[in-house]
Structures are given as structure tokens and as C-alpha cells.
Ligand binder design. Structure first.
Ligand code: GLU
Length: 334
């Protein structure tokens, strides 16, 4: 799909109120990197006078941490980030937990099978297991799928799966489609390069919808205009744009924001307690100090500023202004 043919939604300054979202996975505590992405997503939506949605991405049951969802929402509120729709308050496009949206994913998969853009696959589980969580740089979609089951009929795959003692997964027929898109932070990019879109997993063998499928179904159903997320997910975007195309949907705009890194240059992980918002709270920092540090690391205010998200918003006249001011380099958090 050439980039020119991907319609881009207008920046909100011109037309309707934009809808933005933050989509945390409740697999640990909210760390500074998550909080910074949430703050940027919130600023973009609010700068256009729009609504903000929190959607909990809890499909990968094995990685869920009990209590993490409530703690993350509480940390966001403590920072002063508010939302109009979410699992705690409902809204017109709910439910806002992916574990409660299975029927929607099944319907999309059924449609893709029907139109020949998806196929059943009996191949290895370990490869397939990677699919329910958002893949991150060091944990990408895995090796390119060799196409083993693509040309087989349904009964052949089921036969093969039975022989191997497996249930077939469902994969998208990516056809090596090339997708280049214009990112509000990174400009025009083609993250998967000339190899194009692989046959990524839509539903794992255990029946759980994969991140790529769920996120597209949900962002479309929730009428999200701009997806703001960490740039560790940039390789997912061509796959998601291909899915929008196959499902006959218009993709949102995308902005992949730089990650926060430790002084050693490592990505901040959810396990890294010293960078968690909970830890900042426990050490007696006030929310304005944390927001000021997050915002200054993004180039949006002077170092040492303390301010609320609302006060920060007042300094950013528009979405365009936010993206033009954003510091594009990974920022250090210590
Ligand atoms: N749930 C994903 C994560 O926490 C984010 C997915 C997205 O924003 O598309 O990494």
C-alpha cells in the first residue's frame, strides 16, 4: 500500500474534537516512561479540546499483576491526568478492558477469514505465544513466518494441528505488503522496510486475540483519532495499518514518542521500582514535581519547573505546537 493512499485524519485544530487514548497493560506498576507517554497522549487530546480514553490491555493473562490496573489508574489520577472514559467510569464505547471485548475480536477474525485475509496455522506455540502482548523492541513479533500453513486448506491445517496435538492459531495474510506512513513525531517512515508485512498472529492457539488485532479493533471502535505511544511499538504500526485496510477502516494518526531511558541508556522497565510513580509518591515527591520532570525531559518546560498537567496544557497552544517542541531524543530519567 503506497503511503499516498493512506488517508490521514486531520489535526483536530481544524475540525472535530479529537479522541485520544492511553492503553496500559496491567503487568506492573506505572513507571516514569509510561507516565510520560500518558502525559503526552493526554496533552495531544486536550490541546485539541478533545476527550481522553483509558483502555486496559489485559489480554495476556499470564503477565497480569493483581492490583496493577487499580494502582496504575490511581497513579495517573495522582499526577493530574484525567480521562472521560475508562474501565472505572464506563462510556459510550465500552467496555474498556480488552478481556471483556472478546466477541468484537472474534467478529473481526471471522471477517478476515471469510475474505481470505487470514488463515489457520498449526505452527509452533512458542512463536505464537509472543502475540498477545504488545511487542517491544527486544521482543518483536519473532522470526518471520515461513508461510508453512498459508497455502493449506482448513482441513489440512486442522489435520496437521491434530497430529501435533495443537489447536490452530489464526494469522493475517500479510502478503509482504509495504506500508509507509507519516508519523507526527518521526515523519514519513517505513519501519518494516522492503520486506513488508509478515503473516503475524491474530489469534493464538489458546484462543486469545493478539495485541495487533485487538488494538486495531478497539482504536477503531472507540473512534480514536490519534494513537500516541512509545516508539518501541513503531514496528507494529505498519501491521496495524494493513489490518485497518483489510477491515475497511481508516487508520488514526500515529505519534511514536521517544522512550525514557536510565542513566546507563537502558529502557525503563516496569520491574524497575526506583522509576515507578509509586516510588516517587512513597518518597514524598509531589505530583507537580513529577509532571515537571516528565515535561522538561520532553522539552516542554524548563528543568526545575513544577506544574500540573492543566498548567502545562495552558503553555501548549495546539497539537502542532506540541509535536514541534517535543524533544526527539530518548531522555534520561534517574
Ligand atoms: N498496551 C501496550 C503497552 O502497555 C500499549 C499499546 C498501544 O499503545 O498500542 O505497552
Amino acid at each position: 500500500m503506497p503511503s499516498e493512499s493512506i488517508p490521514r485524519r486531520p489535526l483536530s485544530d481544524a475540525t472535530d474534537k479529537p479522541r485520544g487514548r492511553y492503553a496500559p497493560s496491567p503487568t506492573g506498576s506505572l513507571h516514569a516512561g509510561n507516565a510520560r507517554t500518558a502525559l503526552l497522549a493526554w496533552l495531544v487530546a486536550r490541546a485539541g479540546g478533545g476527550s481522553f480514553v483509558v483502555r486496559v490491555e489485559d489480554l495476556d493473562r499470564a503477565r497480569l499483576v493483581p492490583g496493577a490496573e487499580a494502582a496504575m489508574l490511581d497513579d495517573l489520577s495522582w499526577l493530574g491526568i484525567d480521562w472521560d472514559e475508562g474501565p472505572d467510569r464506563g462510556g459510550a464505547f465500552g467496555p474498556y478492558r480488552q478481556s471483556e471485548r472478546t466477541a468484537r475480536y472474534d467478529a473481526a477474525i471471522h471477517y478476515l477469514l471469510k475474505i481470505g485475509r487470514a488463515f489457520r496455522c498449526a505452527c509452533s506455540r512458542t512463536e505464537i505465544a509472543r502475540a498477545a502482548s504488545a511487542p517491544h523492541a527486544e521482543d518483536d513479533e519473532g522470526p518471520r513466518y515461513p508461510g508453512t500453513c498459508r497455502g493449506l486448506g482448513r482441513s489440512e491445517v486442522e489435520e496437521r494441528a491434530r497430529a501435533l496435538g495443537r489447536v490452530p492459531a489464526i494469522r493475517f495474510d500479510g502478503r509482504g505488503e509495504r506500508v509507509r506512513f507519516t508519523d507526527d513525531v518521526r515523519g514519513t517512515i517505513e519501519p518494516l522496510g522492503p520486506a513488508g508485512i509478515d503473516d503475524f498472529v491474530l489469534r493464538r492457539a489458546d484462543g486469545v486475540a493478539a495485541y495487533q488485532l485487538a488494538v486495531v479493533v478497539d482504536d477503531a471502535a472507540m473512534k480514536i483519532d490519534e494513537v500516541v505511544r512509545g516508539d518501541d511499538l513503531v514496528n507494529s504500526t505498519p501491521r496495524q495499518i494493513a489490518l485497518y485496510g483489510a477491515l475497511g477502516l481508516t487508520p488514526p494518526r500515529f505519534a511514536h514518542v521517544p522512550l525514557l531511558v536510565t542513566g546507563q541508556g537502558d529502557r525503563i522497565a516496569k520491574r524497575a521500582r526506583p522509576s515507578s510513580i509509586a516510588d516517587a509518591r512513597a518518597r514524598g515527591m509531589d505530583p507537580g514535581e513529577v509532571v515537571g520532570r516528565l515535561a522538561s525531559s520532553a522539552g516542554l518546560c524548563e528543568v526545575g519547573t513544577r506544574l500540573s498537567p492543566v498548567a502545562l496544557l495552558a503553555r501548549i497552544p495546539s497539537q502542532c505546537e506540541l509535536w514541534s517542541r517535543l524533544n526527539r531524543k530518548p531522555a534520561i530519567w534517574d
